[in-house]
Design a protein around this ligand. Structure first.
Ligand code: F6R
Length: 264
């Protein structure tokens, strides 16, 4: 084991998940107040919903102003029709953007530059034809000044974003094939496993690790095995979440259930 492999990930365990949500939201609010043009990296899924709800409350009750904030979402499914209600863009709209004042043009998604005209359909489009869109997303993040704080969930298989096991440390925004567990976890949203998209576009591990701060979260008993492996196993593409241990300012927020299998 080398020095990097033994580096711990700062880990906070909360009795109540709501306290973890509020703690992450408070930190983001402080950042936005101190830097009104802050750049946020955002995840979808069950994990961050409480953070978005708390930020929306702060916007409503405490005039937290997002009008100068720029956001970059981690990932998006491919091969959905434009405006599909299951797209992450729509999910973010319902959970967050509809309740705060982030400007529409400042809410960026990795597929946003891929043309979506009927003459240029995404469904079935070969991977090479997304190269420009991926490169433009990377450039957009850089020209916004880089991500100040990235909110992250962890998949049961150790993915971060949609960087499935096998994703390398140097990976960047790209098209990926989704693993069976990832698709199974999304089946309830799509009604049936067969309907879950097989491909997605995601920030890479290198893109994620360039964020100045990372606030990763995991809640519930179902996340306990992957949380304990993330903290204990060697840093490797076999378990992408282990790369968080290479980051100088990453923190993992857990509830007691998610922390239940951490080796002492
Ligand atoms: C979502 C994302 C994924 C999820 C992960 C955990 O944008 O990038 O990595 O964070 O699959 O999902 P939940 O939070 O639903 O358990």
């Amino acid at each position: 084991m080398n020095a990097l492999e033994s580096r711990p990930l700062r880990t906070l365990v909360f009795d109540d998940r709501g306290d973890a949500d509020r703690s992450v939201a408070r930190e983001i609010a402080e950042l936005v107040r101190a830097k009104p043009t802050a750049v946020l990296g955002l995840a979808t899924g069950n994990t961050p919903v409480g953070v978005y709800a708390e930020l929306a409350r702060m916007h409503r009750d405490e005039a937290l102003d997002f009008s100068g904030v720029v956001t970059f979402n981690l990932d998006e499914y491919l091969d959905l029709s434009p405006g599909d209600p299951r797209a992450f863009r729509r999910w973010m709209q319902a959970r967050f953007f509809d309740h705060v004042n982030v400007r529409c043009e400042n809410a960026r998604f990795p597929e946003c530059d891929a043309a979506r005209a009927p003459s240029d359909p995404i469904a079935g489009r070969p991977i090479e034809r997304f190269a420009d869109a991926c490169e433009r997303y990377e450039r957009a993040i850089r020209s916004a000044g880089g991500i100040d704080v990235l909110i992250l969930g962890i998949g049961r298989n150790g993915h971060i974003g949609f960087n499935e096991p096998g994703s390398t440390r140097g990976s960047r925004t790209r098209i990926v094939e989704l693993e069976a567990t990832t698709r199974a976890d999304a089946a309830h949203v799509f009604g049936d496993l067969e309907n879950v998209p097989r491909r997605a576009i995601t920030m890479g591990i290198a893109t994620i690790l360039e964020s100045r701060a990372i606030r990763a979260m995991a809640f519930g008993r179902i996340k306990a095995p992957i949380v304990s492996r993330t903290l204990a196993e060697p840093i490797s593409p076999a378990l992408p979440a282990t790369f968080l241990r290479e980051h100088a300012d990453a923190t993992l927020y857990l509830d007691r259930d998610a922390a239940a299998e951490i080796a002492r």
